[in-house]
Design a binder for this molecule. Sequence first.
Ligand SMILES: Cc1ncc(COP(=O)(O)O)c(C=O)c1O
Length: 342
Amino acid sequence: MIEKLIDLRSDTVTKPSPEMREAMFNAIVGDDVFDEDPTVKALEEKAAKLFGHEAALFCPSGTMTNQIAIKILTQPQQEVICDLLSHIYYAEGGGVAFNSGVSMCLVDGDRGRISATHVADNVNPPQNIQQPLTSLVAVENTNNKGGGSCYTMKQLSEVAAEARKHKLKLHLDGARIFNALVETKDSTQKIGKLFDTISVCLSKGLGAPVGSLLITSKENLNKAKRVRKVFGGGMRQSGFLAAAGIYALDNNVEKLKEDHRRAKNIEMILKELNYVDSCLSVETNIIMFKLDDKKSVPDFLNYLSKNNIKGYQFGKQTVRFVTHLDFTDSMLEKLNNTLNNY
Ligand SMILES: Cc1ncc(COP(=O)(O)O)c(C=O)c1O
């Protein structure tokens, strides 16, 4: 029997389950650029309602939903405040400059979480023409590079209140928002109220093969649709993909708790290993750990790979594991044995 690959590089590696494939197969579709795909419409309405907003736009990726949000909420020469561990800064190809012509004011938060004070201290005085006009605050929840850290509702509300005091717009990169919400038990409605735009990924922990949603107002939707078009993100019979998204929202949110339980288990295993220097405390499904200086990350990953396990290098001594729907308890047991035999 061929042993199954244990792929912990990311939660984006999942394959659609038979039930999800069935939902995709049976989807009723139309040309969504002509606004004629009922399944896409159903997904967009569902997502908008869930977060208490008027509208949502189905896009191919989380990078696109983030980039569209920044484009519609800013003007060239303006500035975005965000944490230096934000995906929009370090992993979207400099898109904020390329697409929107804005600069970034990077703050050094707590594992990717910014505070109201960071906002207050970094808003440029609007009358000073030498400085870019601050116009947007972007937060990422959970924060990927911060090891799946999540905000409390209090922290988010304070950031939002400070931003509003300065008449700034607010974007949430909620690629993994449901990972945060199953932990904090906050509601989608409450979180939705704080932001002008929310990006939610269906292709990460929720197990869909493709797709992200940009959730916002009707007014913003019209602008966002134009930007999606010029970014090349208008899709035709995308109802097949939207059906997977609907299935994911209906069936896979609660399952994230299992991913978190397994991630916490891995943290406990790692903390017992003498070649592991440190591990960020696990909050959701992302495990970030550092190897001892004497160990090489490529050698370690090579050893894992020979044992049919994949991890991801995330810095000189840092490795990332991410748990997901296709990672089971028996795989956890095998991982434990393999880690202990290194
Ligand atoms: C926090 C965060 N935002 C956005 C994205 C971008 O998503 P995509 O890969 O669908 O473009 C990612 C991808 O890993 C992410 O982790």
